[in-house]
Design a protein around this ligand. Structure first.
Ligand code: HEM
Length: 506
């Protein structure tokens, strides 16, 4: 009897860990031949390898990039235990996948229900559609233009207060303050959580939570089997502290929201039906919708969703732009002649303190430089993994429900058929009339593409241009020779440590 049980268990495990992932992998290999690479691991070796590389490698994505350049595959199929993971790198396939986004649920990196799950990045279906529609207007050109004086003001204020050598944190203070002012207006100024400025604590908390999956195998395995319930299953001291910080963060944000609701309600009482007159920041837009749905007795949008939407926009808007600006500073420091060329452009065009729309449009070299940094070191590379929620076909490729899906659109920008000397950092390529050869519109996608592309892409670019212009006017950017540079991942793919460059007053 015992032998039969052991045998049954063995057969079940053999089916689960070998047959289940390997059969579709072999089928795909037969179908796609050389265009398909397969990497089978009995116990998820690839992921352990990635966790190890996180600690040791100088560039986390180098081995993957090298693999692609050696074998430019259409699809790469691997597995973690029984779950198949498919990376799609061929534009003919991924352009359809980006358009038909409804088949793929994004895997929540933070793996927690009360932080960003209900916000724009992770929501799905009708919920996503209505959130996207509601927020789109706030990201339109005219609205963004009206925020440029504020962005300049924040930059100058923070530049005047700069202290210490943590350049990335200095940039996060700027971008965080900009997101906060775009969301809460001035009302969030000076708010602290755990004695840290609100923007620093939110960024730290989200990064600490996102990083946990790389740092703790225990947490990784709990999350794999239990999903978000993993947080409650024998939490470690560190996990308990993170949960406590989540509660404190939510409480602080809720206080700000309640305060704004009171302000808006008073305004409505003074001038009945006039909620419109206060449409100045993201929060107004969401609260207006909340009050409208409350009046109608519906639950279209809740306070919890507003908290999560704020955290989402904060997470999506703060670190991304700060890290991009940090990467730009690093390449400026590495290339002093380029730094001088771009500084001269900035000084010639922006004579006054503020870098406003008319000036931004003339900063061609700076724009080209940012494009090149995004081509070579985009912080959002391989940011989100998806899970297929319905078996479907993409051309001749069948993607099964439950498979993990990675849309690998960043490799095209490394190919010589699209860029001459693709490995060279050459910002001037973007000053040419046709910088991309054989451009089929899906070659260079730093902000992704399709309906779920980055809603904040114009805001991010304007912000980065203002931040870099203001820094270039006041500082010489130099390499910090005392640190060992690594391209690693916290939440984003980013340069570490946080003081790889120094800012020296001009
Ligand atoms: C350098 C700066 C930025 C980069 C490189 C970047 C990149 C991206 C990428 C690649 C995506 C698609 C992710 C995916 O689906 O796999 C995305 C989505 C998104 N981004 Fe950005 N982003 C940046 C800045 C911003 C800013 C400043 C905001 C807002 C304040 C923002 C808000 C969002 C949101 C809300 C989404 C989800 C959109 C949706 O699913 O409908 N991003 N971003």
């Amino acid at each position: 009897m015992i032998i039969q049980i052991i045998l049954a268990l063995f057969l079940f495990m053999f089916y689960l860990l070998v047959v289940k992932p390997l059969v579709p992998m072999i089928k795909l290999k037969i179908q796609f031949g050389d265009d398909c690479l397969i990497r089978y691991h009995l116990f998820g070796g690839e992921l352990w390898q990635a966790l190890k590389e996180m600690k040791t490698s100088k560039d986390l994505f180098k081995s993957h990039r090298d693999l692609y350049l050696k074998h430019p595959y259409k699809i790469l199929v691997s597995n973690f235990l029984w779950r198949v993971r498919i990376s799609v790198a061929d534009p003919e396939y991924y352009k359809l996948m980006l358009l038909n986004h409804q088949y793929y649920t994004k895997i929540n990196i933070i793996n927690h229900d009360n932080v960003i799950k209900k916000g724009l990045v992770f929501s799905m279906g009708e919920k996503w559609k209505s959130q996207r529609q509601l927020l789109s207007e706030s990201f339109e050109y005219d609205q963004l233009k009206s925020r440029l004086p504020m962005i300049n003001e924040v930059c100058l204020e923070k530049i005047n207060q700069i202290s210490g050598d943590n350049v990335l944190q200095f940039l996060e203070l700027i971008t965080g303050q900009i997101v906060i002012r775009s969301f809460f207006g001035k009302s969030a100024e000076g708010v602290k959580i755990n004695n840290k400025e609100i923007q620093i604590e939110i960024a730290d908390l989200l990064n600490d939570m996102g990083e946990l999956r790389f740092k703790s195998k225990y947490f990784f395995i709990k999350s794999f089997f239990l999903g978000t319930k993993g947080w409650n299953f024998f939490p470690t001291q560190n996990e308990k502290q993170l949960l406590q910080r989540v509660s404190e963060m939510r409480l602080a944000i809720e206080k700000l929201i309640q305060k704004r609701i009171v302000e808006i309600e008073i305004k409505m009482d003074e001038n009945e039906n006039d909620i419109k007159s206060r449409e100045t920041d993201f929060l107004d837009v969401l609260i207006k919708e909340y009050l409208k749905s409350k009046q109608q007795g519906s639950q279209k949008i809740t306070i919890d969703e507003i908290i999560q939407q704020f955290t989402t926009l904060f997470f999506a808007g703060t670190d991304t732009t700060a890290v991009l600006s940090y990467h730009c500073l690093y390449f400026l420091a590495q290339n002093p002649e380029i730094q001088q060329e771009i500084r001269e452009e900035v000084l010639t065009i922006c004579k006054n303190d503020s870098v406003l729309d008319d000036k931004i449009k003339q900063l061609h070299k700076l724009s080209a430089f940012i494009n090149e940094v995004l081509r070579i070191k985009n912080p959002a590379v391989r940011l989100l993994i998806r899970q297929c929620n319905q078996t479907h076909k993409v051309k001749d490729l069948t993607i099964q429900k439950g498979w993990n899906v990675i849309i690998d659109y960043q490799f095209q920008q490394l190919l010589s058929k699209h860029f001459s000397n693709p490995e060279k950092f050459d910002y001037k390529r973007w000053l040419e009339t046709e910088p991309i050869k054989e451009n089929h519109q899906f070659v260079y996608l730093p902000f992704s593409s399709g309906p779920r592309n980055c809603i904040g892409q114009h805001m991010a670019q304007m912000e980065a241009k203002i931040i870099l212009s203001q820094i270039l006017r006041k500082f010489q950017i130099i390499i910090n020779q005392d640190v060992n540079v690594r391209w690693a991942a916290r939440f984003l793919y980013q340069l570490q440590p946080e003081n790889c460059v120094k800012l020296q007053k001009l």
